[in-house]
Design a protein around this ligand. Structure first.
Ligand SMILES: *Cc1c(COP(=O)(O)O)cnc(C)c1O
Length: 233
């Protein structure tokens, strides 16, 4: 049964999150689970919602729109974790609590412009994506270019910039991902100094490496396959 498998997976993931928090001397609940639902149909996602998981994420805006509609009666909170094109900003905005992967100054400025037309309470929060593993295919600022853009980031006062996000290099194991996470925290600390923004969030860690990410300060872990494995039949 999908439901039983998902319950066991969730127990395992939340247990591992709690133990990683404990061993890094962090308060319980300081690393929040964001359940990545991509490639899973609404019926299966419902099992997670029934188990009390409230924060869900998709990486394509159109998929998010569809699932937000299909699951509307359960009122989950949505996060967009993938690339957002400028022409999808308006439709995505009212559906999401956070946009994790703002990957250019151009997009940040567009979000800032759209946000200025909304009441403060209705503006999604955003994280800026940093490419900490130097893979060419990936979106995002390099560490150096983001720090050079510090003033321009600080000038975007309408959209709440609350932290940074990264993805470890594809296919790396938990230990080889660690330098990416350490680097994201370092860039966050430096950008905080340069902008005066609190930047309380580090969105980092996926199924393969979320415990390492928590040890290095992740506040949001984006976990998909570890929650759904075995339930895809
Ligand atoms: C798919 C995805 C995740 C979750 O990956 P899993 O390995 O399935 O946990 C996290 N973040 C982003 C940006 C993703 O695209």
């Amino acid at each position: 049964m999908d439901a039983d498998r998902i319950r066991e997976n969730l127990q395992s993931v939340t247990g591992r999150i709690a133990r990683a928090e404990a061993r890094s001397g962090r308060p319980q609940g300081s690393a929040r689970l964001i359940a990545v639902t991509k490639r899973n149909p609404p019926e299966r996602i419902r099992h997670l919602i029934d188990l009390g998981v409230k924060e869900l994420a998709e990486n394509y805006p159109q998929e998010l729109w569809k699932k937000a509609e299909a699951l509307r009666e359960f009122s989950p909170t949505w996060h967009l974790i993938g690339h957002l094109q400028g022409n999808k900003v308006k439709r995505t905005f009212p559906l999401v609590r956070m946009i994790h992967a703002v990957d250019s100054l151009k997009l940040l400025r567009e979000l800032d412009r759209v946000a200025s037309g909304l009441p403060r309470g209705e503006r999604p929060e955003v994280c800026l994506q940093v490419n900490t593993s130097d893979e060419e295919a990936k979106h995002g600022w390099s560490a150096e270019s983001l720090l050079l853009d510090a003033e321009a980031v600080a000038a975007c006062r309408e959209i709440p910039v609350v932290g940074l996000m990264t993805m470890a290099a594809y296919g790396t194991d938990a230990e080889s991902a660690r330098p990416s996470f350490v680097e994201l925290r370092r860039v966050r600390d430096e950008l905080r100094t340069r902008t005066g923004l609190a930047l309380e969030h580090l969105s980092m860690g996926m199924s393969n490496d979320f415990e390492t990410a928590i040890e290095e300060g992740a506040t949001l872990v984006r976990v998909g396959s570890a929650l759904f494995e075995g339930a895809e039949g």
